[in-house]
Design a protein around this ligand. Structure first.
Ligand SMILES: *Cc1c(COP(=O)(O)O)cnc(C)c1O
Length: 425
């Protein structure tokens, strides 16, 4: 059975331990101590994403998760279509889940894995999430209704887009949304303070950040699914911020796909491309800068530690990186729309630009898949600015009719504690 060890060393633990802990006790990130090998041909017979998920994830999880099929069918209720833009160039649409971004794959699967692990132990968790956008809604939606789990979301009031706010506050069973009168940093500070507060230690508090191995492993599935659908060896272009998606691609390569090229397409937050080019030392991160592809605005990618522990000096041989500015992102959105009549969100445009640069700079024209990370309708202002059209998505429009539930609090620990002690216990 595969075990998991912190990037900083120490004892190896089971998958469910790593899942429930999130971050290792020493502050490191969990990595498998060995990679299960699954020949790609063994996956090719899978007739759905859920079936492929069952076969591909089983060796990573251990006996506790024996009947994985039902869990995967409950988690992955939506398709991941591969759309051909031209021969040898596809986009993999990862935005058909309930909150319209790829984060639904990881959050929905992790929620069900966690529910099982807690049920088996007879434990509960209250998950605190500070969010500025996509992650919060995916976690809220993914974990809603899990019997042993409650979710408390903190977001900065007035500082997320109207669509994002609606996605955060629509009423969900077991989820409490708090609009904090402060910044995203205030929200993060409150979560950290609550997790170590003595009076709150009576509550089974926990956090759900993007570094959890339980969110990462399910993200391998869509790489395998794309390779299965295209029936050939393909390269992947990955719009990247915290590098979780890219790490999942590396794991999928090591397990099944051989060594396709992975293209790390970043916005102006360019630490990782510079590292790959030998222009930045490991961990010499930069401050975050704000861009149009804001889900990738990460100066210090948290999964870098994991990638570096996994591949070390081999990283530049396997991954090709580039940094794309906002003007070029808008131009790429326009070019894609004019050439193919296809609308992309700004993050996806960064990935398509990265792939075009890779092909131009290396002359490697091998077939490739660009990951489409979010639905363009989640970013109506940017799409309208680039293309003069407003993307529509009935599920987002329906949100304005949905019932909402949100409480406003000042940015103080006392206020958060009052909510937690009154509402959640
Ligand atoms: C989270 C997110 C990303 C970045 O993914 P990482 O795993 O953090 O690299 C890119 N695009 C969208 C739309 C996202 O929500």
């Amino acid at each position: 059975m595969i075990r998991y060890r912190s990037t900083r060393g120490g004892e190896a633990v089971s998958f469910s331990e790593a899942l429930l802990r999130g971050l290792a006790g020493d502050g490191g990130l969990y990595l498998p101590t060995s990679i299960p090998k699954l020949p790609f041909a063994a996956l090719a017979g899978a007739s759905s994403l859920a079936e492929l998920g069952e076969r591909a994830l089983a060796p990573w999880l251990g006996e506790e998760f024996a009947e994985l099929g039902a869990l995967m069918r409950e988690a992955l209720t939506f398709p991941a279509p591969l759309v051909e833009l031209e021969p040898g160039l596809w986009v993999l649409e990862l935005f058909h889940g309930p909150t319209l971004s790829f984060k639904d794959f990881g959050a929905r699967t992790m929620a069900r894995l966690m529910q099982r692990a807690l049920e088996a132990r007879g434990e509960r968790r209250i998950i605190l999430v500070a969010t500025s956008g996509d992650t919060g809604s995916a976690v809220a939606d993914g974990f809603a209704g899990m019997a042993n789990i409650r979710v408390v979301l903190l977001y900065p009031k007035g500082r997320v887009s109207p669509v994002q706010e609606r996605q955060l506050i629509c009423r969900r069973p077991g989820v409490m949304a708090l609009a904090v009168e402060g910044s995203f940093d205030d929200c993060q500070r409150l979560v950290k303070a609550a997790l170590v507060d003595a009076e709150l230690s009576q509550l089974p508090l926990s956090s759900a950040n993007s570094i959890n191995i339980g969110r990462l492993l399910p993200q391998m599935l869509y790489y395998l699914w794309a390779a299965r659908q295209s029936e050939q060896r393909v390269h992947f272009s990955v719009p990247s911020g915290n590098l979780g998606n890219l790490t999942a691609g590396v794991l999928a390569s090591l397990m099944s796909l051989g060594t396709p090229r992975l293209i790390a397409a970043h916005n102006a937050n360019r630490f990782f491309p510079e590292f790959l080019a030998g222009k930045a030392a490991p961990y010499a991160f930069y401050p975050t800068v704000a861009t149009l592809s804001n889900a990738m605005d990460v100066g210090a990618p948290s999964n870098f530690e994991r990638l570096y522990a996994l591949l070390g000096d081999q990283l530049p041989a396997q991954i090709w990186g580039t940094s794309v500015d906002d003007a070029t992102t808008l131009a790429r959105m326009q070019a894609v729309y004019e050439r193919y009549g296809y609308l992309v969100c700004p993050h996806t445009a960064v990935g398509l630009e990265g792939l075009a640069r890779y092909r131009r700079d290396t002359g490697d024209a091998q077939p490739a898949v660009a990951l489409a990370c979010a639905h363009p309708a989640k970013f109506p202002e940017t799409v309208a600015r680039a293309l003069g059209v407003t993307p529509r998505e009935p599920r987002l429009e329906a949100l304005w009719q949905a019932e909402v539930s949100v409480r406003e609090i000042p940015p103080t620990l006392a206020a958060l504690k009052a909510e937690l002690l009154a509402e959640v216990v």
